[in-house]
Ligand binder design. Structure first.
Ligand code: DQA
Length: 147
């Protein structure tokens, strides 16, 4: 099974971007962590980041009927994008939302997510470990389906 791991705007800057909030790990480190986690659970990982909302939407459309699930850190689009939420609904795939930081102890505008109501679950504040835990949960869900 293929799991699509999607990353929204500015996440390409990880490592140098506000390290007190997001840590020193780079997006390449997180991609590697996802690949290794996928490998140990029999999941193929497609990892993608973009700063262009339409590009993310098209990736989501392309996952429909082809991927087993979507792990997404929508970054700032979490709080702004009805279009990404609608694309995720249209894909008809299980979605796990992940945030590196604990958005709930930050500014009020980060407390609302357009994605959370259509997600299986949300992980926030656990850094890159949230990606690993999200992927493990997909492995767990998929095991359930095959038994
Ligand atoms: C983020 C949290 C968002 O509020 C922010 O806009 C980001 C990153 C996180 O991973 O903690 O860009 O999604």
């Amino acid at each position: 099974p293929v799991i699509l791991v999607l990353n929204g705007p500015n996440l390409n800057m990880l490592g140098t971007r506000e390290p007190s909030t997001y840590g020193y790990e780079t997006l390449a480190d997180i991609a590697e962590l996802c690949r290794r986690t996928g490998e140990s659970h029999g999941l193929t990982i497609e990892f993608f980041q973009t700063n262009h909302e339409g590009e993310l939407i098209e990736r989501i459309h392309h996952a429909r009927g082809r991927c087993a699930g979507i792990l997404i850190n929508p970054a700032a689009w979490t709080h702004t994008s009805v279009a990404i939420r609608d694309a995720l609904s249209a894909a008809e795939l299980p979605v796990i939302e992940v945030h590196l930081s604990n958005v709930h102890k930050r500014e009020a505008f980060r407390h609302h997510s357009f994605v959370s109501p259509i997600a299986v679950g949300v992980i926030a504040g656990l850094g890159s470990n949230g990606y690993r835990l999200g992927l493990e949960h997909f492995a767990h869900l998929l095991e359930g389906f095959s038994h």
